[in-house]
Design a protein around this ligand. Structure first.
Ligand code: HSE
Length: 436
């Protein structure tokens, strides 16, 4: 088969980008594969858009069934988990290969869809679902197949990374930086999924499964966004030599597997701490290779479309007149190895911590705070006091600790908060050194 017929469901930012990439890179793709990939059918409520972008009204599908019957490979680029889920299931049940950019769909329903695809002798590819144009699925599932993955830490959401960069570099508050992100079109229509960490949680759910060979389990992922992050802490962290990033973290240790999204202090000497603006970066620690870092555009029409088209090319290379023979398993592990796994609860993890507490100054405050750590046999790595209001003698105390159990830290926080001179709540932000 030298001509591969493509059907596109959803002709928004990514769908129209796919059309552009396939057309503009036609010769390049032909030279690489010996095949032509032609969009034969497009389904979208906005028929005018299809016509104006493709200049070919014949591509407008009458119905989903019309599109399905004409296509060798179907692309689901609608997003969400309602109608997209129905369409994807129908494509799989027709034993046709499907490519999707839909992280929520894979994180929430991937387990069922992978099994269904196996039963129907077809495949579902989803490179664009994680970190847009960065080929991180391919890197983890294929490029690093020789290694045991120890941990992954990634900036997986461009909107929040833009907001955090503006807070750090230009002193904007969270609200002002969010507004700016919306004006520039980085934040999605409803920014909740971005700023509450849900988008990043979908993505780290997927990476964790590929890294450790466990079933997708979005509901077991701890998710904390950046809405409560204060400029004050971004500035204090900066002064101490750290950047705060919204990190997706997946780690395997003797205690179990932890998968979480939370604002995180990272030492500025790490490359990933310097990834600013709406970019993504994923750091993967292999047991033999050591760390590798993948950086690039995690969103946008052409970057995301590039990942979709790469999946299409992979399928095109193995598509014959009989059936696709794509042989990389959905999780990158043999299906028989994939087990369900409850991830560690957040209070069961061990991490670094940045704590900030405010006090009305009185003798013995610092001595008392340090006694709480000493009682847990925890060594404090840094402790600073900043006088806020000289007259009222109100101080901020900042403590950095490189390794502690979250359970111990939570107890210490309660102890600090019960001190008479304490003002307000203690701020806790996790810290990752991201070294071997
Ligand atoms: N909204 C996402 C981001 C892109 O800001 O990175 C799509 O996953």
């Amino acid at each position: 088969m030298t001509k591969i017929k493509i059907g596109i469901i959803g002709f928004g930012t990514v769908g129209s980008g796919v059309f552009k990439v396939l057309n503009e890179n036609k010769q390049e793709i032909l030279a690489k594969t010996g095949k032509t990939f032609e969009v034969v059918s497009v389904l979208d409520l906005d028929k005018e858009k299809i016509e104006s972008i493709t200049n070919n009204p014949e591509l407008i599908a009458d119905s989903f069934d019309d599109l399905l019957s004409k296509s060798d490979i179907v692309l689901e680029l609608i997003g969400g988990t309602t109608i997209a889920y129905e369409f994807v299931k129908k494509v799989i049940q027709a034993s046709k290969p499907i490519v999707t950019a839909n992280k929520a769909l894979i994180a929430l329903h991937g387990k069922e869809l992978f099994t269904l695809a196996e039963l129907n002798n077809t495949v579902i590819l989803y490179e664009a679902a994680v970190a847009g144009g960065i080929p991180i699925i391919k890197a983890v599932r294929e490029g690093l197949a020789s290694n045991k993955i120890e941990w992954v830490a990634g900036i997986l959401n461009g909107t929040t990374n833009y907001i955090l960069s503006e807070m750090k570099n230009n002193g904007l508050s969270f609200d002002t930086a969010l507004k700016q992100a919306q004006e520039l079109g980085y934040a999605e229509a409803d920014p909740t999924f971005d700023i509450e960490g849900i988008d990043a949680a979908h993505k780290i759910t997927i990476i964790a499964s590929l890294a450790f060979g466990v079933a997708l389990n979005f509901n077991s992922v701890y998710t904390e966004g950046i809405t409560k992050l204060q400029l004050k802490d971004v500035n204090y962290a900066e002064g101490l030599g750290y950047s705060i990033k919204l990190l997706g973290v997946a780690k395997k240790s003797n205690d179990g597997i932890e998968v979480r999204v939370n604002p995180t202090l990272i030492p500025k000497e790490r490359l990933v701490a310097n990834v600013d603006g709406p970019m993504n970066a994923v750091l993967v620690m292999g047991n033999m290779l050591g760390p590798t870092l993948y950086y690039g555009a995690g969103a946008g029409s052409e970057p995301t479309a590039s990942a979709v088209v790469t999946d299409v090319i992979d399928l095109g290379r193995v598509t014959t007149d009989s059936k696709p023979s794509y042989n990389v398993p959905a999780y990158g592990f043999q299906n028989s190895e994939i087990k369900d796994c409850e991830f560690l609860k957040i209070n069961q993890i061990t991490s670094g911590y940045y704590l900030r507490a405010s006090f009305v100054d009185s003798a013995g405050v610092l001595a008392k705070i340090t006694s709480f750590f000493a009682a847990k046999n925890l060594s404090i790595d840094e402790m600073h006091q900043k006088v806020l209001k000289k007259n009222e003698k109100e101080n901020d105390v900042i403590i950095v600790i490189n390794k502690a159990k979250e359970l111990d830290i939570d107890i210490i926080i309660e102890e600090i908060q019960s001190m008479e001179s304490n003002v307000g709540n203690v701020i806790k932000i996790r810290l990752e050194n991201l070294s071997k």
